[in-house]
Design a protein around this ligand. Structure first.
Ligand code: PCA
Length: 221
């Protein structure tokens, strides 16, 4: 256990946003030691093209025992601990390169769904005990984050060594909501009660949540 390597990936900003908490949390954890294990952080572009090969080369180069991937789930108020990845690409918005697959598989011959191999319920229990709002989630969507979890699980299942893979969806940071509210007021484009995306969580709490998820995963590796 003391020699385990942990890969944390975080998606870059997308959808016209200037920051993605997933990328910031990844950067904060890069190089840290958790229970004597080294954390290696990597950013991922929000692009479906090349995602599979990036995943393959990260598994090859970093040789992690645990992979925790991070993404933003706009409007969410809790840490979503994703249980399942679907073999579906169905993008509501284009990715950062303009690609927008609809009704397509992540892997044409792949299983319909793959289950996260980190202990999702134990992670939820630990986060709640630490006072961090969190919930096991049964959908990671059908955009890049779902494809990322599916890709890691599928690639890891073909390795001889065991690699636990999981995905945490994170809320906005409070400063993003403040900016959004300022913009709403300025542009007078929408009544406040129509705005559903106001939930947020501090970056410190998000970092603590991911650290705890790693600690719990180490206990079961
Ligand atoms: N969230 C998106 C993709 C990148 C991110 O941070 C998603 O939920 O798929």
């Amino acid at each position: 256990m003391s020699t385990s390597r942990i890969l944390v990936t975080g998606f870059e900003p997308y959808g016209g946003r200037s920051l993605n908490p997933a990328h910031e949390v990844m950067q904060q954890l890069d190089g840290r030691k958790i229970a004597d294990c080294e954390v290696v952080g990597h950013g991922l572009p929000v692009a479906i093209q090349g995602l599979g090969s990036r995943i393959a080369s990260l598994l090859e180069e970093v040789r992690p025992d645990i992979v925790i991937s991070l993404g933003l789930w706009p409007g969410e108020s809790v840490i979503r601990i994703e249980r399942v990845a679907l073999n579906v690409l169905d993008f509501a918005i284009a990715d950062n390169t303009g690609e927008r697959p609809l009704d397509q598989p992540v892997r044409p011959e792949g299983a319909t769904a793959l289950m996260a191999t980190v202990p999702v319920r134990a992670i939820e229990t630990a986060l709640l005990a630490a006072g961090i709002p969190a919930q096991v989630s049964n959908t990671a969507g059908t955009y890049l984050c779902n494809a990322c979890l599916y890709g890691f699980l599928e690639a890891a299942s073909r390795l001889e060594r065991s690699v636990q893979c999981g995905f945490l969806h994170l809320p906005y940071r409070p400063q993003q909501i403040a900016k959004l509210l300022a913009h709403r007021r300025e542009s007078a484009s929408m009544e406040l009660h129509q705005q559903k995306e106001l939930a947020s969580m501090s970056l410190d709490m998000q970092v603590e949540a991911v650290e705890l998820a790693i600690t719990i995963s180490l206990h079961t590796s």
